[in-house]
Design a binder for this molecule. Structure first.
Ligand code: PFF
Length: 464
């Protein structure tokens, strides 16, 4: 099976594909507003620490497991620990892929819709009027058919890329889209900084305000570090399984983390400089992208162009992430069930799209399947929220923690270091340091998960 396994064409292609997975809606939509709300640079420092300790350890672990076994998660855990329950960690990953992509595809559809509205000058009438831009957003996401139409196109594009395979699909498109994202974001950031008053946005993001940094912000930073680096569901195991043995896994992981973080910050600069220059509300939560930005872009010269560029790059970021999620499911059916790539992509791309339709419809389109549990179902009132919370708060952290424990307890540091050393031209890898990092990652994440469950059962979190 592994002899004719697909492989990345080049090292750059792999790094761009993996960072394409990492850089997504989480970086451009979520990072800027959580950093803005929670102390600016104070939050960023905590976030960097989380990424460098927890994120990096688990990212490297996933690459190592993938490249050692040349299999996607279920097969990979089974190969290293045959006949044990560890394969269920792989199944958890496949399940997480279903859960995440179902709502991620819906948001991908919203972005497509906003590209079309922006291009035809649809934001023009929203200048400084967030109630008008808010009304458009609300009306759109709560309607039944229109979001489904755009979600279908977005998911269709994912299927289109994945069917073409690792090199001809994922790698090829990542090589086109990732550099474009960086360039376009760079252009937007420069445009923002040169606006009158734009630099106030930079200081909002980079001035540490330790007073705004609460314990819950630290929990948030940790949770976000999983989502943003695409960890805990085997995406990076799957991508690692397409590697040749000549790759330096540690330096590749550092590149992915660097690009992910740099792009999140660049997005923060592009967004906050524009928001501050025009005196809009910076801490407006998730509405920042879909409500605030459409009301500030029309106020700057060439606003239609800038907003179209912004939503287009957000679309590319979302697509390179979404394909990596679909690839986890596709690879499972190829590796474990012997299906063809085409069959597994088409079938499971469709199944996930259908589940996603229910996420979308739960926002006001008339069907909320979680509604049978009542308004205050513990993971959120809508099916969309449930899928979002279930994956972000529970599935990814649990998957990540178990991956770290798997390396420490089952795989063993000797085998781990052996695989990690391959391709690293005799770098000095100290097993105790690596093990220490993995233990810290597992313990910290265990605490986060405990904190969530505690909040669930007692109604109040220990921290946050
Ligand atoms: N990392 C992506 C983001 O920041 O938007 C989301 C994501 C992609 C999560 C792939 C998990 C995953 F496997």
């Amino acid at each position: 099976m592994s002899n004719n396994r697909e492989q990345w064409g080049t090292r750059l292609g792999f790094i761009l594909a993996a960072s394409g997975s990492a850089v997504g809606i989480g970086n451009i939509w979520k990072f800027p507003y959580i950093a803005g709300e929670n102390g600016g640079a104070a939050f960023t420092i905590v976030y960097l620490a989380c990424i460098m300790i927890v994120g990096l350890s688990i990212l490297v672990a996933e690459f190592v497991i993938g490249r050692k076994t040349l299999l996607s998660p279920v097969g990979a855990f089974e190969k290293i620990a045959p006949g044990t329950n560890w394969k269920y960690v792989g199944f958890l990953g496949v399940a997480s892929a279903f859960v995440i992509l179902s709502f991620y595809g819906v948001v991908g559809g919203w972005i497509l819709k906003y590209i079309t509205v922006s291009i035809v000058g649809g934001f023009d009438s929203f200048a400084s009027d967030t109630s008008a831009s808010g009304a458009l957003f609300n009306e759109f996401i709560t309607s039944a058919y229109s979001p489904l139409f755009y979600q279908l196109i977005f998911m269709g594009l994912c299927v289109f890329v994945i069917i073409r395979g690792v090199k001809g699909g994922i790698e090829k498109w990542s090589k086109i889209m990732m550099p474009l994202i960086v360039v376009l974001l760079g252009v937007l950031a420069i445009r923002g900084m040169t606006l009158d008053g734009g630099m106030k946005g930079v200081s909002f993001l980079f001035n540490p305000r330790f007073g705004d940094l609460s314990a819950s912000a630290i929990v948030l930073a940790l949770g976000h570090s999983f989502f943003t680096v695409s960890l805990g569901m085997g995406t990076m195991i799957t991508y690692g399984s397409y590697l040749k043995k000549d790759q330096n896994l540690l330096s590749s992981a550092l590149w992915v983390i660097f690009l992910d973080t740099a792009i999140a910050m660049l997005a923060g600069v592009a967004i906050f400089t524009t928001v501050f220059a025009l005196g809009a509300d910076p801490a407006s939560g998730p509405g920042l992208i879909f409500v605030i930005l459409p009301s500030v872009f029309p106020e700057i010269a060439g606003g239609t162009i800038w907003s179209s560029i912004f939503f287009f790059l957000l679309f590319m970021a979302a697509l390179t992430s979404a394909i990596s999620i679909l690839e986890v499911v596709t690879a499972y059916f190829i590796d474990q069930k012997g299906w063809s790539r085409k069959k597994s992509t088409l079938i499971f791309g469709s199944v996930i799209t259908i589940v996603g339709c229910f996420c979308s419809l739960s926002l006001g389109g008339g069907i909320n399947i979680i509604g049978i549990f009542g308004e205050d179902f513990f993971l959120g009132g809508t099916f969309f929220d449930v899928m979002d919370n279930l994956s972000g708060k529970y599935m990814l952290p649990i998957g990540g923690m178990l991956t770290a424990l798997f390396v420490i307890n089952k795989m063993g540091m000797k085998d781990y270091i052996k695989e990690l050393s391959v391709g690293s031209d005799n770098q000095n890898i100290n097993p105790s340091i690596i093990k220490g990092f993995l233990i810290v990652a597992a313990v910290v994440v265990a605490f986060i998960i405990f904190n969530e469950f505690y909040a669930l059962l007692s109604g109040k979190a220990l921290v946050g």
